[in-house]
Design a protein around this ligand. Structure first.
Ligand SMILES: Cc1cc2nc3c(=O)[nH]c(=O)nc-3n(C[C@H](O)[C@H](O)[C@H](O)COP(=O)(O)O)c2cc1C
Length: 154
């Protein structure tokens, strides 16, 4: 098995590299993974975009995903893992990453503005600490990467 990751601003990469190191596995970005053989067993670390693991379909078509992990901003890990399990029909390990607004470009920046609006709307209806935290993080930039959390993957 090898580790493959998709990361735009390096938060997912940190978890993927950390996991690969701890298990002594090779680690490839999605771009590098182009040269890997079809059907290989992999652990895939993807970033969350609008509730979904981006590039999942493409990766799932080419590889045999034995371990599915992803990184997002939401800090409600239990809820997220439950939703993702229903969505992908398999165990999904969810980790909290971060955001670096200055690193976002083009479409991501555009979408992030929409995400902020949607969170603000939810916050107005049901204010929670989690939503407030998400808004603050997005606006100021934050990293919550915690490699010790990788222990939950066997
Ligand atoms: C366009 C866009 C949409 C996002 N949507 C979500 C989301 O729905 N849920 C979430 O928890 N995080 C969301 N995020 C936050 C990212 O998943 C988070 O910043 C992650 O750490 C990025 O990982 P990366 O640096 O590996 O790309 C979004 C970020 C961007 C830029």
């Amino acid at each position: 098995m090898v580790v493959v990751y998709n990361s735009k601003t390096n938060f997912t990469k940190k978890y993927a590299v950390g996991y690969a190191k701890s298990k002594n596995l090779e680690c490839y970005s999605l771009k590098e993974a182009k040269r890997l053989k079809k059907g290989m067993d992999i652990a895939f670390f993807g970033n969350i975009r609008l509730g979904k693991i981006s590039k999942f379909k493409k990766v799932n078509k080419k590889f045999n995903i034995l371990i599915l992990a992803c990184v997002g901003l939401d800090t409600n890990i239990v809820k997220r893992e439950k939703e993702l399990k229903e969505l992908y029909n398999k165990t999904v390990f969810y980790f909290v990453g971060g955001i670096n607004v200055n690193d976002l470009k083009g479409f991501d920046k555009f979408i992030m503005k929409k995400v902020v609006k949607s969170i603000e709307k939810q916050y107005k209806e049901h204010p929670t600490n989690n939503l407030e935290y998400q808004l603050r993080s997005i606006k100021s930039g934050i990293s919550q990467v915690d490699l010790t959390k990788l222990n939950k993957i066997f």
